[in-house]
Design a protein around this ligand. Structure first.
Ligand SMILES: [Mg+2]
Length: 163
């Protein structure tokens, strides 16, 4: 039984620094879109997130967009802005998308972290795939069902204890 505690929790995706990733041995990131990089209804990235992506790339962190969004157009458009490979309808927490992404990045799962705003998709899928899990504060707090989601996640919104 896996208890889906994230390895780290951040207020916002832009708080994750390349130096911290290096310390954790992370060479690649799988990026969730909705609620993580942008609000679910937003078509693009804020300047702050764009700048963050740029600094990751400067530091040689490989990127991959792993989304559960059903729209290939939306997923591709974000991946194009970022300049990386992508996969839509990933069915996170299914491991399949995580492993396909690892293959494309040519990295081992242990060298990869999933960055996402949801415990039962991003964090759980990352853990099941042997990846690090970085949870970020969701940008989707305006959605009507957000309080319910938050309530269900509450027991697991604590950082995983390191051995
Ligand atoms: Mg999300």
């Amino acid at each position: 039984m896996i208890f889906p505690f994230p390895d780290r929790i951040y207020k916002d995706v832009t708080r994750i620094t390349p130096s911290e990733l290096k310390k954790m041995g992370i060479k690649g990131l799988l990026l969730d879109i909705d609620g993580t990089l942008a609000r679910t209804k937003d078509p693009g990235l804020t300047k702050a997130v764009e700048g963050w992506i740029g600094s990751l790339k400067e530091h040689g962190i490989k990127l991959f967009v792993l989304s559960n969004n059903k729209s290939p157009a939306r997923t591709e458009s974000f991946a194009k802005k970022i300049g990386c490979a992508w996969r839509h309808r990933s069915r996170k927490p299914s491991r399949k998308g995580f492993f396909k992404a690892a293959e494309e990045l040519k990295l081992r799962p242990s060298e990869i972290a999933i960055v996402g705003d949801q415990i039962f998709t991003d964090v759980l899928g990352g853990l099941r795939s042997g990846m690090k899990t970085l949870m970020v504060g969701s940008k989707d707090t305006y959605l009507w069902y957000f309080p319910l989601r938050r309530l269900l996640e509450l027991p697991f919104r604590f950082e995983r204890r390191r051995k």
